[in-house]
Design a protein around this ligand. Structure first.
Ligand SMILES: [Zn+2]
Length: 280
């Protein structure tokens, strides 16, 4: 959740909330301010079986920008299900916009001498294919962005694609929307991590983001028995459904606000003709 930019009254209890003393919740175009005492909290952890009890892998990229079809991967973190973490840098061979450097701190100079995209990404793709072959679930926060970019990079550099249709994705961004229906305001990785009391000290470091995303997935499983109860195959279907609902919800607002529309069919990979998610 995000702190309130303006002073106002708590939408729940009516108390006066000073600037940045409370939180902003609500749907796009209809934010509401709430006081810390009325701040929504997730359900407590409980002991029930589910997919969260099986180790998951996790992936995150830092990139040159927000368009998965044209932007490039600069760093990657691959956390496997057996306790091995692989991280790496890529020299993209293109300019890195200052706005992106400001997010993650990766400059062209700092990446000089790192492997070229094709060399590094062929390993990333092999790692994803190994998860697919072993039926291991892969956590990706806002998968429609990272996975669409990986597919575009593979095309760009003439690398083979993994068997995307068999990949089991666990996307805490989408699951969180399915639970909260967007009612808690902006829900980027830092927002959702704070909500679930998951530590994220070094946001926009690929390794830190991948660890936090996986921890959020486990916390959702521990606290949401009905969502934990399905198989990862069931969860794939539910996430497609939630993503479509979220896109339709966004599009109703976007159409009136003159913003760009999302593709309801764009999870976990965007259809190539459509520009994917805005939320990196
Ligand atoms: Zn209140």
């Amino acid at each position: 959740m995000r702190t309130n930019k303006y002073a106002g009254l708590c939408a729940d209890c009516g108390v006066i909330v000073a600037i940045a003393a409370g939180w902003l919740i609500g749907l796009p175009g209809a934010w509401r301010t709430i006081c810390p005492g009325c701040q929504p909290k997730p359900p407590a952890r409980a002991d029930h079986p589910g997919w969260h009890e099986v180790p998951l892998a996790s992936l995150d990229f830092e990139t040159t920008g927000v368009d998965p079809l044209t932007d490039r991967v600069l760093s990657f973190a691959l956390l496997d299900d057996r306790g091995h973490d692989y991280t790496g840098l890529i020299d993209p061979g293109v300019e890195i916009p200052p706005g992106s450097v400001a997010v993650h701190g990766l400059t062209a100079e700092s990446l000089r001498g790192a492997p070229a995209p094709a060399e590094a990404l062929v390993e990333v793709i092999a790692w994803v294919q190994d998860l697919i072959d072993r039926g291991v679930g892969l956590v990706v926060f806002n998968a429609a962005y990272d996975l669409t970019m990986l597919r575009a990079e593979a095309d760009r550099w003439g690398l083979g694609q993994p068997d995307w249709h068999r990949l089991l994705v666990v996307d805490p961004f989408v699951i969180d929307w399915g639970i909260e229906r967007g009612a808690l305001g902006p829900r980027r990785l830092t927002d959702v991590a704070a909500y679930y009391s998951v530590t994220l000290d070094n946001a926009h470091d690929a390794g830190a983001d991948a660890r936090a995303a996986r921890e959020i997935a486990y916390e959702i499983g521990r606290r949401q028995p009905t969502i934990a109860a399905g198989t990862l195959d069931d969860l794939m279907g539910w996430q497609r459904y939630w993503f479509a609902e979220r896109a339709e919800d966004w599009n109703r607002y976007a159409a009136t606000a003159g913003r760009s529309l999302d593709d309801p069919q764009g999870w976990p990979l965007a259809r190539t003709t459509v520009t994917a998610a805005r939320t990196a």
